[in-house]
Design a protein around this ligand. Structure first.
Ligand SMILES: [Zn+2]
Length: 266
């Protein structure tokens, strides 16, 4: 065996041994995700017009979120710090920050007509938090940025690479989720919302409605990594067709969608 080959083999063996650890090297712990999410949520509350807790939209959102959270399996309950807020903005979107804070825009709520549709978006966003999708996206981003050589050097130095303070603010808001994560958020979200007694037809409707509402523009978070939204909707419809349970009729929202229009700025 040539020297080069031996070196390559040693590197390959070493890399193989390190591979399992490599997956977690840049992944923030659950506790760090909670810290980061709280920090980001604070920024959102400073920057955006967040509606007060007694606003009827916030009251409704939190009531539906409570129903869904009660269905979380034990393993997904802690250490997350969930919160549910509504931002007054025309933007048609909702998002989850690491560790639990969830924000809805009035622009999205205004487009929805049933509690089941709201629940579908909630269950999807809650799943992003409980399944630590941001942490995975962050770890992947760091590995891509640093490259393999630097990753291996860090491993050799056996140095903890993650530090809450070092995470750039923009990474808290702009990291895209992978298609695999979006699918997982849909499917786990389906289980959660149906366990909470919501009708999953609301999920089909919300994706269809949002696809039409945002045609040609920037898609909302839950559509952004799905070039083939029709396939996504079909997958949920198939799931409903295979589901042996019967579901209650959808519950209309207790207000006319028009009432959710943001107040005009004066
Ligand atoms: Zn999503």
């Amino acid at each position: 065996m040539s020297r080069w080959c031996a070196g390559a083999l040693a590197a390959a063996l070493l890399f193989g041994a390190w591979a399992p650890a490599r997956a977690d090297l840049f992944r923030p712990s659950r506790e760090d995700q909670v810290k980061l999410g709280q920090r980001a949520a604070e920024q959102v509350r400073k920057k955006e017009k967040v509606l007060p807790g007694d606003d009827p939209h916030v009251v409704l959102l939190r009531r539906l979120a409570d129903r869904i959270l009660r269905q979380l399996p034990e393993k997904d309950r802690s250490p997350w710090r969930f919160s549910f807020d509504v931002i007054e903005s025309k933007e048609i979107n909702a998002f989850a920050l690491p560790g639990g804070p969830v924000f809805f825009y009035t622009g999205l709520l205004r487009k929805l007509s049933t509690e089941d549709q709201v629940a579908a978006v909630l269950a999807h966003e809650i799943t992003h938090a409980t399944h630590q999708h941001w942490a995975s996206a962050y770890a992947d981003n760091q590995k891509r940025r640093l490259g393999l050589v630097a990753v291996l050097a860090l491993l050799r130095a056996n140095r903890a690479a993650f530090d809450v303070a070092s995470v750039a603010d923009d990474l808290l808001f702009t990291l895209p989720y992978s298609r695999r994560h979006e699918t997982e958020a849909d499917m786990v979200g389906y289980d959660l919302m149906t366990a909470a007694g919501f009708n999953p037809q609301g999920m089909v409707e919300v994706f269809d409605l949002l696809r039409r509402a945002t045609a040609g523009g920037k898609p909302p978070e839950f559509l952004s990594t799905h070039p083939d939204d029709a396939a996504r909707i079909r997958r949920i419809q198939d799931r409903i067709a295979r589901d042996r349970r019967s579901f209650p009729a959808q519950t209309p929202l207790p207000w006319q969608p028009e009432e959710l229009k943001p107040k005009s700025a004066k």
